[in-house]
Write a protein that binds this ligand. Structure first.
Ligand code: MOS
Length: 704
């Protein structure tokens, strides 16, 4: 399939989907007409600045509020002694609340970076100066931020999916001709979205109005209503333009702080985070330690597939990085044992970060498969083909569609895999050793109930309203194409309005489920509208004709199959054995991800994930000082991400992947681009040098 830009579908009336389309809001973004959360003007706007704990554990003894209140422009200092009380025993759209958001409710400090106060002033500069001058005294207690594979206090989380087992792993390992038992580690990683978090809250005629950047306006509105005991109809959250999210933009302390301050002061209050603060209060990916135990017959058939994944969480809330989940889908084996463990430390609670689970999990699984292939003397792709399941290896459910092998076949052809000599450390180019590697990718293709409305306007255009979020992916444009196709009109006649909780409940931009969930709602509302228009006399009243739908009923049937995207990642690297420098020279990802809605933005989404995978392989690592519990270099100078010079030619493409029983046929492409990339690169480094790496990132000092 081609990814070349084509003219928009003005002639091909019913083929909006699958035709490249630039972003509908692209012009607004590049001209500055699109306003992001911290750019909304309000007369009388006050500015809040969060004060974060410098103690890694303990209790607040005193807050030097008086001195700061006398500083220029200061309007209020909120802290556990004076802040409004909030509810904490509710269940939101995404489960129980994160205790970190219950700001200023007690004097305990569970970790470094815990919000201890909000200073509000007339200008952001005054707020910042006063916040930095605020003296907070702590009663400090010993803390523990150590993460390693052998913590004796690790435990199995209370979660039905933590451990899944089939057959007898130990017996199958004992019966295997070739066994691999290896532990892989990945470090703490941060989202670092280009737009740092910001929110403005105000009371507007008895309604709480929040201008925010989030992955689900409805989700944040629901949480704020419950937390502040407000009627759901009296909370409105808007989040139209978002500069990246990646799992970090849900409800976070800054929105709660803004609402508290707006309530206390009765004027609009904005709380914007600095880059440094985002490292402390917007979540991160936990480090992982993952033990892989694989056992195979001489022909490569897996007898045993064992994956035990450990991650850390805070003392506040168990967060499971589901690293062991992808093996439950990828490979058949006589015995499976996939398990998650947690260890509680005095650190902030981790959260979802692009391809939560699958990103670190695929490093372990896909590196281990490559090591096993080496021991078996088998081609790594042939080993994967040998263990291809026909039904879900643990669920026994049929796949809605599965074409992992098609991805490998197309990828191998385009990458030139057939010419590869499997032996390591054979290719040289001057000081560089060259090698290639591959890995499989998969990510679930889910959907959740959503509502949408579509209005036929009197002027012949259509307006779609859905509380969807376009976090920068092009989701709004994809929905425009989907609606145009469903309405059988040109995309230019469709306006899609998103990011407003007043549009009703809808799933969040997360888990690669956004576009699929919203597409189901938009297409079904469009179908209903067309039905109503067909029955009418052709006259449209001034207020238009609107159809609403809710997809809750649709989804139960679709859940009876394994639904996943698949992909094959390929990488070529050059390694300088004198300096340990790794240069990735080329990458190719071929995906089977259902129907591709907009080739232009889909490609960019997949390439973006692959760049992140490269960054994860070579650079990303948040380092904590055990003595303070604090980050060393919590900014984009200290936390290295791939820069332009690191990024080679990257190609992402896809094969046909029809999903006949799915009304929209799309699978979601938000996460799969990153999955498997770090393993493909690490496997290529082995092929270049003959040295295996089981710890990320592949820093020069580790390569040497
Ligand atoms: Mo994504 S990490 O599910 O926002």
């Amino acid at each position: 399939m081609t990814t070349t830009a084509q003219p928009t579908a003005t002639t091909a009336r019913h083929r909006s989907v699958g035709v490249a389309h630039t972003r509908v809001e692209g012009r607004d973004k590049v001209t500055g007409a699109a306003r992001y959360a911290s750019e909304q003007p309000f007369a009388d706007l006050a500015h809040g600045w969060l004060v974060l704990s410098t103690a890694a554990r303990g209790r607040i003894r005193a807050i030097g509020e008086e001195a700061v209140r006398a500083m220029p422009g200061v309007l209020a200092v909120l802290h556990s002694g004076n802040a409004p009380r909030v509810m904490t025993d509710y269940v939101s759209l995404l489960g129980p609340p994160d205790p970190t958001n219950a700001l200023f409710q007690h004097d305990r400090v569970p970790h470094i970076g815990w919000p201890v106060a909000l200073v509000v002033a007339e200008t952001p500069e005054q707020a910042r100066e006063a916040a930095e001058a605020l003296v907070v005294e702590y009663e400090v207690e010993p803390h523990d931020v150590a993460f390693h594979a052998d913590r004796p206090d690790s435990y199995v989380p209370d979660d039905g999916n933590a451990v899944l087992t089939k057959g007898d792993l130990e017996a199958e390992l004992a019966a295997s001709a070739v066994v691999l038992d290896a532990t892989y580690t990945t470090p703490e990683q941060h989202h670092s979205a280009m737009e740092p978090h910001a929110a403005t809250a105000r009371w507007d005629g008895g309604r709480l109005d929040v201008l925010d950047a989030n992955q689900g306006a409805m989700w944040v509105a629901d949480e704020l209503a419950k937390m502040f005991s407000l009627d759901p109809s009296s909370v409105r959250v808007r989040s139209e333009h978002i500069g990246g999210a990646f799992g970090s933009k849900g409800l976070r302390p800054h929105q709660v702080a803004a609402v508290m301050a707006a309530t206390v002061l009765q004027r609009p209050v904005r709380v914007a985070l600095t880059r440094r603060q985002t490292f402390a209060v917007t979540g991160y990916r936990s480090p992982t330690a993952q033990r892989m135990r694989l056992g195979a017959d001489p022909d490569g058939r897996l007898r045993a597939f064992g994956h035990e994944a450990l991650n850390l969480t805070s003392t506040l809330r168990p967060f499971v990085e589901t690293s062991a989940a992808l093996g439950r889908v990828l490979y058949d084996a006589r015995a499976h044992h996939t398990a998650h463990r947690l260890v509680d430390v005095d650190m902030p609670t981790p959260t979802w970060m692009r391809a939560p689970g699958e990103a670190p999990g695929s490093f372990a699984v896909e590196s281990a498969l490559d090591e096993l292939a080496e021991r078996l003397g088998m081609d790594p792709i042939a080993l994967r083909a040998r263990n291809e399941p026909t039904v879900g290896p643990l669920s026994g459910l049929p796949f809605s569609s599965r074409d992992l092998l098609g991805c490998f076949e197309e990828g191998a052809r385009r990458f030139g895999w057939a010419e590869r000599d499997p032996r390591p450390r054979l290719r040289r180019e001057g000081r560089w050793l060259l090698g290639t590697g591959t890995a499989a990718a998969t990510y679930p293709s889910g959907a959740a109930p959503s509502t949408a409305s579509v209005t036929a306007e009197a002027d012949g255009t259509f307006t779609v309203r859905i509380s969807a979020a376009d976090v920068g992916t092009g989701a709004r444009t994809a929905l425009t194409l989907i609606a145009a196709e469903a309405l059988e009109v040109e995309p230019e006649r469709v306006a899609v309005r998103i990011g407003d909780s007043d549009f009703g409940p809808a799933w969040v931009a997360g888990g690669s489920m956004g576009t699929r969930s919203w597409a189901l709602a938009v297409t079904s509302a469009a179908a209903e509208l067309r039905g109503r228009l067909a029955l009418g006399d052709g006259e449209i009243p001034p207020e238009g004709i609107t159809a609403h739908t809710d997809t809750a009923g649709l989804l139960a049937e679709l859940a009876k199959k394994e639904r996943h995207s698949f992909g094959a990642q390929f990488a070529e690297v050059a390694v300088d054995p004198a300096t340990g420098e790794i240069r990735v020279r080329r990458m190719l990802g071929i995906f089977a991800a259902g129907r591709i809605i907009n080739p232009l933005t889909a490609r960019s989404q997949l390439v973006g994930g692959m760049v992140w995978g490269l960054s994860m392989a070579l650079h990303e690592e948040a380092v904590r000082d055990p003595a303070s519990g604090s980050h060393i270099g919590a900014d984009l100078a200290g936390y290295h991400v791939a820069a332009n010079a690191d990024v080679p030619v990257i190609e992402a493409d896809w094969i046909e992947d029809p999903v006949p029983d799915d009304p929209v046929g799309l699978k979601g492409i938000g996460e799969i681009g990153i999955v498997g990339v770090a393993a493909a690169i690490s496997n290529a480094v082995w092929h270049a040098t003959g040295v295996r790496h089981r710890d990320l990132p592949l820093r020069p000092d580790r390569v040497l």
